[in-house]
Design a protein around this ligand. Structure first.
Ligand SMILES: Nc1ncnc2c1ncn2[C@@H]1O[C@H](COP(=O)(O)OP(=O)(O)OP(=O)(O)O)[C@@H](O)[C@H]1O
Ligand SMILES: [Mg+2]
Length: 472
């Protein structure tokens, strides 16, 4: 429970209310200091730090507003809740303007008070978590527009940086929405070609018949409708970078022409036979399995090798779930800025748990869309909750139930089966913690020595993973 041992300063001059409230808060696990006047409250604030101040506004001597000011001056992050009499809403509003987190009107049920305190504390926790995530996004875990803190993304950022400096052709693969185009742009913007154009062409979005002229350009009269000579994307990208998206959908004749560009840095416009020399870096992308296409005869092997000089794979989001909180914050902030929202929007823990548990078949694009929708639905509320998430997330089970085997009549080897599950869980934990055994053990609720022993017993032969990564 978050409220365990949270220190609360209670300021109330009405003895019976003070005593009952103090007792019940203590029963809920709060550490309560109760005083009956403003002067005493200010003294206590000087003596020790409180997380919560619960003060009546009307007090003999210095009033609740002065207590509020004193508390906030000393601890800007303190949660102040003011208690007001019936019919004094304007006082409450004034207190909120001064920085109180919330107010409650007398007479109240203890349950209401508890609710106000809990949600104010939760709000504060989310605020500080957001500040932490924001600092991580700003300081460390990004490369151009790409955000990520998982070991795999950090490795990717290093790779992108190295690749950017080289002139080689790059082939980016990954499921839909994993950030292939963003990665291609990041390479261009960090390369010596950054002063020239980044030109993108989605090979599957242009009808086959037009793709050739789109890519290579044409001269006037090359075909019906070619009323003027036109430069293709390849020429537009001269000295810059050409991004060929969905390259796996290219027809065989075009594949041959592209191969020639890669080999000889030369091409002709459609309807012309004068060769044009070109200096362009090509980055291709596909979410198809090109190697498989090659085996099946759908893609030229020589072109595949020419493109695949530097392969870059973008892992699906479900394999790097630890990036989700960072991405969520990144999108919520970006989108609220776009929507002109002034108030900071938080995401509840329950909503975050759903997002962490979901499989994200549409990867980061799907997450981005889900956040846009959630922000719209949450209107002017300060937080996004489970109800604002798309249906498929609300229904997602919070943990994947292990697929248990049917036990065959003749029996089966349970020990081997359990060992297999153990091995898989350990492998995932090691992956998620970048090979750090200490962290992996913590995630699994094991002692480090127990994990090491298990690894030994399970005959974890994956020496690369277990041995070569840094230990803590
Ligand atoms: N690591 C990341 N950090 C922040 N935003 C990201 C990241 N990866 C992707 N995005 C965003 O997700 C969306 C999808 O990315 P992108 O278009 O690059 O994916 P893609 O792999 O090219 O998808 P497709 O295969 O469907 O064309 C974009 O809005 C992009 O800005
Ligand atoms: Mg794309």
């Amino acid at each position: 429970m978050p409220e365990r041992e949270v220190p609360v300063l209670l300021v109330e001059d009405e003895a019976s209310l003070r005593e009952v409230t103090a007792q019940r808060l203590a029963a809920e696990g709060y550490r309560v200091v109760a005083v009956d006047n403003g002067e005493a409250a200010v003294e206590r604030l000087a003596e020790c730090a409180f997380d919560v101040v619960l003060t009546d506004l009307r007090l003999p001597g210095i009033d609740g507003t002065a207590v509020l000011d004193a508390a906030l001056e000393r601890y800007p992050d303190i949660v102040c809740i003011v208690v007001t009499g019936f019919g004094t809403v304007t006082d409450a509003v004034a207190a909120i303007k001064r920085g109180a987190a919330d107010f409650i009107t007398k007479p109240f049920q203890f349950g209401q008070l508890l609710h106000v305190v809990r949600s104010a504390l939760e709000q504060r926790r989310l605020r500080s978590e957001n500040a932490y995530l924001r600092s991580q996004i700003q300081e460390r875990y990004r490369f151009e527009g790409l955000v990520g803190r998982s070991p795999r993304m950090r490795e990717l950022f290093d790779l992108l940086e190295t690749v950017a400096a080289s002139p080689s052709t790059v082939l980016i693969t990954g499921e839909t929405g994993t950030g292939k185009e963003l990665a291609a742009r990041a390479i261009h913007h960090n390369s010596p070609r950054r002063g020239h154009r980044f030109v993108a062409l989605n090979c599957s979005a242009v009808p086959e018949t037009l793709l050739e002229s789109e890519l290579f350009g044409h001269v006037r009269g090359a075909y019906t409708g070619a009323v003027a000579t036109r430069q293709g994307r390849l020429e537009s990208a001269h000295e810059g970078t050409l991004f060929l998206d969905e390259v796996g959908t290219m027809s065989a004749p075009l594949q041959a022409k592209l191969l020639r560009v890669l080999q000889e840095r030369e091409f002709e416009r459609v309807g012309d036979d004068r060769p044009i020399r070109i200096d362009v870096r090509i980055i291709a992308a596909t979410n198809a399995d090109l190697a498989k296409l090659v085996r099946e005869g759908g893609f030229r092997e020589d072109l595949f090798y020419r493109l695949n000089v530097i392969p870059i794979f973008l892992p699906p989001l479900r394999e790097r779930r630890e990036d989700i909180p960072l991405l969520v914050r990144h999108f919520v902030e970006g989108l609220s800025r776009q929507q002109g929202r002034s108030r900071e929007v938080a995401v509840t823990q329950a909503a975050m748990r759903r997002m962490m548990a979901y499989g994200w078949p549409g990867n980061i694009r799907q997450l981005e869309n889900a956040m846009e929708r959630a922000l719209t639905l949450s209107r002017n509320r300060a937080r996004i909750d489970v109800g604002d998430l798309p249906q498929e997330l609300q229904q997602a089970p919070l943990s994947e139930p292990a697929a248990l085997p049917a036990i065959p009549e003749e029996g089966f080897d349970m020990a081997a089966w359990v060992a297999g599950i153990e091995r898989e869980l350990i492998r995932r934990a090691l992956d998620d913690s970048g090979g750090n055994r200490q962290q992996a053990a913590r995630r699994l609720g094991l002692k480090r020595t127990t994990l090491v022993e298990k690894l030994r017993r399970l005959g974890e032969t994956d020496g690369r993973r277990a041995a070569s990564r840094p230990e803590s």
